[in-house]
Design a protein around this ligand. Structure first.
Ligand SMILES: *Cc1c(COP(=O)(O)O)cnc(C)c1O
Length: 232
């Protein structure tokens, strides 16, 4: 298993090869199905940002690690009844994909006196799942979002997230990630969004390709923690 240091160095090398400074790509350690002790072990080595997919599971771990000063990223689809948990305990959401969800999160955030950094989840796989917007649907979503100023007060729109094609040839992955970068740049210009500059793309098997295509955050689970136990 590569160490945290080895992966961090590899990420920096990939960034530099792409003409960007070391430190410009953040590592989100994806700790779903890992026990709190495994998270604490990485935190002790200096890792701050952790990603979880399931609200219920995260709630068994986040309180146990409350003193560690960690930053929590929610990566999975947010079921309607989990918006409160996400608003109360997470710093980033990578998978905003509907206005009803935005309104629900905003209500909970206002009540809690919190804000959330958000990425719009984009479905690049065209696999028929309802999860994530198509790239083409992002501008209409932004129109709807920006029409209600109350949303932007608590939900800070920071960019886009996607999951690349599974075990695809490198050029297929690169096209997918490059298309997401184009969508980000087009939307940031068209909607004059100053902080809409984050691209969350790349996982254990394709993060090098994603960094070459402009990723600013990579979400890595198995390469850091080892294979996940079968039951999450
Ligand atoms: C599980 C997961 C990851 C991490 O995947 P690995 O292949 O373990 O690196 C990243 N992003 C999302 C959305 C995930 O669900």
């Amino acid at each position: 298993m590569p160490t945290l240091d080895a992966i961090s160095q590899d990420i920096d090398h990939c960034a530099q090869r792409a003409g960007r400074p070391a430190g410009s790509v953040r590592l989100i350690a994806v700790s779903k199905s890992q026990p709190a002790a495994a998270i604490a072990a990485l935190a002790a080595q200096g890792q701050r940002a952790f990603g979880e997919n399931y609200a219920q599971e995260a709630m068994t771990k986040i309180p146990a690690l409350a003193t560690a000063g960690l930053e929590w990223h929610f990566l999975g689809p947010v079921q309607r009844n989990k918006a409160r948990i996400v608003s109360a305990h997470f710093d980033w959401l990578h998978s905003l994909d509907s206005l009803p969800l935005a309104h629900s999160l905003a209500r909970h955030l206002q009540t809690a006196g919190r804000t959330l950094e958000v990425l719009i989840g984009v479905n690049s796989l065209e696999d028929g799942t309802k999860q994530g917007l198509t790239r083409e649907a992002v501008p209409a979503f932004l129109d709807g979002f920006l029409a209600d100023p109350a949303l932007a007060r608590v939900l800070h729109l920071r960019g886009l997230m996607t999951i690349g094609p599974h075990q695809a040839p490198a050029d297929t992955s690169a096209r997918c990630f490059g298309a997401l970068r184009d969508t980000l740049e087009t939307c940031a210009r068209r909607f004059a969004l100053p902080q809409f500059d984050q691209l969350s793309m790349g996982m254990s098997d394709d993060y090098r390709i994603a960094i070459a295509e402009g990723a600013t955050m990579v979400r890595i689970g198995r390469a850091l923690f080892g294979e996940r136990p079968r039951k999450a």
